[in-house]
Design a protein around this ligand. Structure first.
Ligand SMILES: [Zn+2]
Length: 234
């Protein structure tokens, strides 16, 4: 895939942005959670577009809204914890309040790949920005600490995306290909696309295997638990 979205990309799915340089410098000491929230979710927000003016992505937005609840529940969150906004110049990003910005060009370029669109949604929900408020201890994080936390956080979101795709019965390979196609070089906040691909694939396989067996062995149980789409252990 050769999708390349030009200019002003601000996204958590795409590794080509950073504002780490502003992390924890010349500031009062804040809680660890606040510092991380600023770096991960405090990036400039993309321009929000009116969906009514872009009927070409109406179907994709419908798909995202349809699965938002299911994926939020998988993360033990509520549907209301997340909003979906159509945006310019981004692939997918989430802010500290749970608004998920989905890029117009990204949605158009991947209109025939619901696995990629839902994989991006799952990755963003996997960040669960609200949970960072729970980290109340106060000490200044170094740039290295922050990079480590970011890599860990991105990995968590990738694992969640792989797991969620499996639970939805969708392949993770198109998303992995997409991540490889948009990679432009090493980035301190992310593992290389190849490693991310392996992590997503492993999470997907683990869940897929369980999901298949569960369906085979406990069809009734599956029907009962799948309504909420909960990813908890069974
Ligand atoms: Zn991310």
């Amino acid at each position: 895939m050769s999708t390349r979205i030009e200019g002003g990309i601000s996204t958590r799915l795409n590794p080509n942005t950073t504002n780490l340089s502003s992390a924890g410098q010349n500031r009062e000491v804040q809680s660890v959670g606040q510092q991380v929230q600023q770096v991960l979710f405090g990036k400039p927000k993309p321009i929000v577009l009116d969906p009514a003016k872009y009927p070409q992505v109406a179907e994709q937005l419908k798909l995202l809204r349809k699965y938002k609840k299911k994926i939020a529940n998988m993360a033990d969150d509520n549907e209301q914890d997340y909003d979906i906004a159509l945006a310019q110049s981004t692939i997918a990003m989430i802010d500290a309040h749970g608004t998920i910005y989905m890029g117009l060009e990204f949605l158009m370029a991947n209109k025939d790949h619901p696995e990629i669109i839902l994989g991006a949604l799952a990755h963003e929900i996997g960040h669960q920005p609200k949970r960072w408020k729970e980290y109340k201890q106060e000490h200044l994080l170094s740039k290295e600490d922050m990079e480590l936390i970011c890599r860990h956080e991105e990995t968590r979101a990738d694992i969640f995306a792989g797991t969620a795709l499996a639970e939805l019965g969708l392949s993770c390979e198109p998303m992995i290909e997409f991540l490889q196609a948009i990679e432009e070089g090493p980035h301190p906040e992310y593992f290389p696309a190849e490693t991310r691909g392996e992590i997503i694939r492993e999470a997907h396989q683990n869940r897929y295997y369980r999901q298949k067996n569960r369906r085979k062995i406990f069809p009734e149980f599956d029907r009962m638990t799948s309504i909420k789409g909960h990813l908890g252990e069974f």
